[in-house]
Design a protein around this ligand. Structure first.
Ligand code: GLC
Length: 542
């Protein structure tokens, strides 16, 4: 925000590492912390600033690490606490910041707290979780549903009460109305910050606090019980199981802990209404950044992109992180049409995201131009797919990284836990693209270099949208340093209009082309000619 001290994350570019699929150092087919550490020079060379590492804590892996059984340890398959601190140290040597993933909404059902809670109603940790008596008919206490299918309640036969879980039954929700839970997590984050981590990405950050009366959520549309979990979840208006006012108090406390360590709080706030999302970062005393997931929901439609991003930037773009993709959602290249077309559009879209205030985020492999891995049905690993026949899981976006053009793609010398995908080709590997002009990898490197070198993008002070209509979306950014130049980011979305030629766009002043996501761009005085599905940074020269 204007006038605020600039923190290290302002102007940064983020990169998400999905631990299981990034790099396997010991040949067991599963990515690990040493593998990540060894590949950090690649990330530094790519030009990202902060690396978010998905959960590597001890876990039965019911949801691939998002079911934590010890918040301060490391799953042996992934390494040790020493490997985690060595990773942080190496990252710091390379000038990178490291953000770990904290999963505070729920623990694993194998966490000692939950095992103790199961002993009975008087157990010491019983109240660490959310227990309710059955409804009068013996069924679940209310109509809440799990994100992963079925009701959000499972009956514990022994005590006769239900416990709540917004995800799998193996992921019981923690009870944030209990001060002891708050104290326990304050200690956990303080410990990781003291171990050197620069920030935390907070899983399901919008849902920790629930309605005190556990009221039913209003049903918006009738859906069959057999429909996909996502559709069932969306059938309800989630006014009581998420986004409660009190959740911000938790982040105010964590903000004070983070301040002691100059650490950053980044929320997975999966709320698509801008005004709801905005609250989490609005006052500067809660989360420092919140992911704006609306970026993942736009189709390749100029008005949709303009309206969505326009509203978010106006609402305070400095405090949003803009994901191009994630381990939970189809890759941008797939959403935008797949293959070469999809990769070209994804690259253009990333350019636009890099032109916004706030922190753009790549998901591993985006820089290689990858679309989703093509997997056979019988290779399903994601619990969403395994437990809900016919439902699309998240495996296609979690296929292992392609490092080298060899068998195992340099990811592993063993058998990968998830296949690479039938559509993967050796020439897509990072080593095969390295140094090849025009390759997705080199274009991404050029993009991030350009962003870093343009003060208006790196340390901006205000922005304005230039085109309300037409096939070009353009944002003008002003630099904080008034001796530096303004920069226009422009994207030509050729969406179903049949346009195959370039779009002409009038710049507010003559400009110099600094970066183009593809070839064929021309800048002539104030005229910018943009081929379809291409984006640019233009530095205004007067
Ligand atoms: C978040 C994670 C997702 C996980 C879920 C439950 O949405 O990104 O991968 O399954 O939370 O922890």
């Amino acid at each position: 925000m204007n006038g605020d001290p600039v923190n290290w994350w302002h102007g940064a570019v983020g990169y998400e590492v999905y631990v299981r699929s990034f790099a396997d150092s010991d040949g067991d087919g599963i990515g690990d912390l040493r593998g990540i550490r060894d590949r950090l020079p690649y990330l530094a060379g790519l030009g990202v600033d902060l690396v978010w590492v998905t959960p590597f804590y001890p876990s039965p892996q019911a949801d691939h690490g998002y079911d934590v059984s010890d918040y301060l340890g490391v799953e042996p398959t992934y390494g040790s606490v020493d490997d985690a601190t060595a990773l942080i140290e190496r990252a710091h040597e390379l000038g990178l910041r490291v953000v770990f993933d904290l999963v505070p909404n729920h623990s694993s059902s194998q966490h000692p707290w939950f095992l103790d809670a199961l002993i009975g109603r008087d157990a010491e940790h019983r109240d660490f979780y959310v227990w309710r008596d059955p409804a009068p008919d013996g069924g679940p206490p209310n109509n809440w549903v799990s994100n992963f299918g079925g009701p959000a309640w499972t009956l514990d036969e022994r005590s006769g009460q239900y416990y709540m879980h917004l995800f799998l039954p193996e992921q019981p929700d923690l009870n944030w109305a209990n001060d002891r839970v708050r104290t326990a997590f304050a200690d956990i984050i303080d410990t990781w910050f003291a171990r050197g981590v620069d920030g935390i990405r907070i899983d399901v950050a919008h849902a920790l606090v629930k309605d005190e009366q556990f009221r039913d959520n209003p049903l918006l549309v009738e859906v069959a019980a057999s429909s996909a979990p996502g559709d069932r979840f969306k059938a309800f208006d989630h006014v009581h199981d998420q986004d409660q006012e009190g959740v911000l108090d938790i982040y105010r406390e964590w903000n004070r802990i983070a301040a002691k360590h100059d650490a950053m709080l980044l929320g997975e706030v999966y709320l698509l209404q801008t005004e709801r999302l905005r609250r989490y970062v609005a006052d500067g005393d809660g989360l420092h950044l919140a992911f704006a997931f609306a970026t993942l929901h736009t189709t390749w439609d100029v008005d949709e992109i303009r309206t969505t991003l326009g509203g978010l930037v106006e609402a305070g773009g400095d405090d949003f992180a803009w994901p191009l993709g994630s381990h939970d959602d189809p890759r941008a290249a797939t959403r935008f049409g797949g293959g070469e077309v999809g990769a070209r559009r994804a690259r253009a879209y990333l350019t636009l995201l890099c032109g916004l205030p706030g922190v753009p985020f790549l998901y591993q492999g985006d820089e290689l131009g990858l679309d989703d891995g093509d997997l056979a049905d019988d290779s399903a690993q994601d619990p969403i797919a395994v437990r809900n026949p016919g439902a699309a899981g998240r495996d296609p976006v979690r296929t292992p990284m392609l490092w080298e053009a060899v068998e195992g793609f340099g990811f592993t010398t063993g058998t990968p836990w998830l296949p690479f995908g039938a559509n993967r080709r050796p020439e897509q590997a990072a080593a095969a693209q390295q140094g090849v002009p025009g390759s997705p990898l080199e274009r991404t490197r050029d993009l991030l270099r350009a962003r870093r070198e343009l003060p208006a993008l790196r340390k901006g002070a205000g922005s304005q949208w230039l085109a309300d209509t037409g096939p070009v979306i353009a944002l003008r950014r002003h630099p904080e340093d008034t001796s530096a130049a303004d920069v226009v980011t422009a994207l030509h979305v050729a969406d179903g209009t049949g346009a195959t030629g370039p779009a002409s766009f009038r710049l507010p002043a003559p400009g110099r082309l600094v970066y183009a996501s593809d070839d064929g761009v021309e800048v002539d005085g104030t005229t910018l000619r943009l081929p379809p599905d291409t984006a640019v940074f233009v530095e205004l020269t007067s």
